[in-house]
Design a protein around this ligand. Structure first.
Ligand code: ATP
Ligand code: MG
Length: 568
């Protein structure tokens, strides 16, 4: 490709709404252009990378035996009524109506459409197991679309759905998908981690997420420093930090804590540590309010709390007025003694003694509080977020925390959808059985951003070789005027292109400094700088985008050098 015949539009300015580096660099490199909230046009340059991501995914999915197909993006509402998932997806669903007043959604995911296909087309166990996939545009009306294509509203996903007669067969394909995702992300040159995950609105039993490790990642992932355990913080088991409850030593005492509302204020005022206190949070329950109690230095896990059968979903904290009505005080003074609602405590809290909590009286706290003697709880459960330094739940090592970008999510759905939609097959004995189902998503467009997030410097993108839009950039200085520069560049271009390399030759009439910084920004791995001065001495210059120092290579040897140093 010659830049004169290509579309390269780079920018110096960083757009104001671009908070993270991948978004900034994708806009500056002219890979994408925003046309509305969470809506992006992919330029030819950006599209090349998107296609690379797709191609690797497609190759590995095909190699695993999965079958590519295509479902419609627009889905009849009735299908969603069959599974009752309209509520679960809520505002994320983009609804539309046709001229005959029929209702549709733009698909945020395809479990319903897929199950509809299978319930008609797969009728015998002999057709199983089978794994279908597509690479397609999805729409989710995200509350906060941000970070460019990382969390957009329209995006491209690879979604696969497998069907089985037995749970064992599902497990087998699930493991195969885990291996396939590992291959895909390894081929892309990414640093990633597979972690246990919460199943969210998709449902089902087991699920794992694949995270690209990056400081800007929206998810916190916890992993053992000395074992295999790794989980999204939403899912990570938080063990009790106290093995048994000690006997009470202190008297129950009411202390004045005027204007001290937060844990930090109260601990400083009383001269105690946060791990001697408990936090009492009031949420809406299925039948009236429920109190959730975690230790002062711990955080409530909203995901775990929402899973409790006593707690209403979506999770909602009582507002100030409701708190006053129930506890007779403001949020900062709620405590567990004489609280008129069921109390669910975290596992660590259940074993605390002589602790401090609010007195349910404005400006007062209680010290020396003890379970049984002073207050009762109805249930203990794991309701806090695990934190770095906790023992790993599998008993091996200590938990550490990292940030991750979720690029893939695999689920064992079981018969949730097949039962709801009556997708059955006849087994060997002619008996009708609900299909076992798995689903496996991967964020194609998000992966492009995630790769940049992991690999860049102050001057631009550093593409991993497998994702680079072009392998080699030929950067001739004074191409328009110097005959030998033009000839050298053109010849090398022909030779490399013929040999199957993806080459871009910059034949624009621009200043050398401009050209070099443009290609730093674009992140092309192998760059050959061709100028009169070095050609006179029989050399061209080579730089690799990662290292950037220039290397003199004999003109006659540059082709061989490139073929040896690029892994094409
Ligand atoms: P997230 O937690 O990031 O919102 P999700 O758990 O809702 O994602 P899944 O339903 O598991 O997403 O979808 C499969 C994959 O699709 C995700 O792992 C992610 O890579 C990608 N994806 C989901 N939402 C978006 C989005 N808004 N923009 C870009 N990619 C997305
Ligand atoms: Mg997910």
């Amino acid at each position: 490709m010659r830049t004169s015949q290509y579309h390269l539009v780079t920018r110096k300015e960083t757009p104001q709404d671009a908070e993270i580096i991948s978004h900034q660099l994708m806009i500056r490199a002219g890979m994408v252009r925003k046309i509305g909230a969470g809506l992006y046009t992919w330029s030819p340059l950006g599209f090349r990378v998107l296609r690379k991501v797709e191609a690797i995914i497609r190759e590995e999915m095909n190699a695993s035996g999965a079958l590519e197909m295509l479902m419609p993006a627009v889905q009849p509402k009735e299908l969603w009524e069959e599974t009752g998932r309209i509520e679960d997806f809520g505002g994320q669903l983009l609804a539309m109506t046709d001229r005959a007043e029929r209702d549709y959604f733009f698909g945020p995911t395809h479990e319903e459409v897929m199950t509809e296909f299978v319930r008609d087309e797969v009728t015998s166990y002999k057709q199983l197991p089978i794994n279908f996939y597509q690479i397609q545009t999805k729409f989710r009306d995200e509350i906060r679309p941000r970070f460019g294509v990382m969390r957009s509203r329209e995006f491209i996903m690879k979604d696969a759905y497998s069907f089985h007669l037995t749970a064992e067969s599902l497990e087998e394909t699930y493991r195969l998908m885990e291996q396939t995702y590992t291959k895909i992300l390894s081929r892309m040159g990414l640093k990633f981690r597979c972690v246990l995950a919460d199943s969210g609105a998709i449902g089902g039993s087991g699920s794992q997420e694949f995270h690209v490790i990056a400081d800007s990642g929206e998810d916190a992932i916890m992993y053992s420093d000395d074992g295999d355990y790794a989980a999204n913080i939403e899912k990570c088991e938080a063990v009790s930090l106290l093995s048994a409850r000690a006997e009470p030593e202190n008297e129950l005492t009411e202390v004045a804590t005027p204007d001290q509302k937060t844990i930090e204020q109260v601990t400083e005022f009383l001269g105690v540590n946060a791990d001697q206190m408990v936090k009492t949070l009031l949420v809406e329950g299925v039948e009236g309010p429920v109190a959730l109690v975690v230790r002062g230095d711990h955080h409530l896990s909203e995901v775990k709390a929402a899973h409790l059968s006593e707690v209403a979903t979506p999770l909602r904290f009582l507002d100030d007025k409701e708190v006053q009505e129930l506890a007779g005080c403001d949020v900062g003074s709620i405590g567990v003694k004489d609280l008129n609602c069921p109390i669910i405590v975290d596992l660590t809290v259940a074993n605390m003694s002589d602790f401090i909590c609010g007195a349910n009286k404005e400006g007062y706290h209680l010290t020396g509080v003890n379970w049984q003697r002073d207050a009762e709880f109805q249930q203990q459960a794991d309701i806090r977020e695990a934190q770095a330094g906790d023992p790993s739940p599998d008993g091996q090592g200590i938990l550490k925390q990292a940030r991750g970008i979720e690029v893939g999510h695999i689920f064992q759905l079981g018969d949730k959808y097949s039962k709801a939609m009556n997708a059955v097959v006849l087994d060997e004995n002619g008996r009708s059985q609900a299909l076992q189902m798995g689903c496996y998503g991967m964020g194609v467009s998000r992966l492009v951003a995630a790769a940049i997030e992991q690999s860049h410097d102050d001057n631009g993108i550093i593409w991993p070789s497998a994702l680079a839009p072009f392998q080699v950039a030929l950067l001739p200085m004074n191409y328009q005027k110097s005959v030998q520069v033009k000839r050298t560049a053109d010849e090398l271009y022909e030779k490399l292109t013929k040999a199957g390399y993806e080459v871009i030759l910059d034949d624009r009439k621009v200043r050398p400094g401009f050209m070099l910084s443009d290609f730093e920004l674009l992140g092309i791995p192998h760059q050959v700088i061709i100028g009169d001065r070095s050609l006179d001495e029989g050399f061209v210059e080579y730089r690799h985008r990662q290292k950037m120092e220039k290397q003199k290579i004999e003109h006659a040897k540059i082709f061989d050098f490139l073929t040896q140093h690029t892994n094409l």
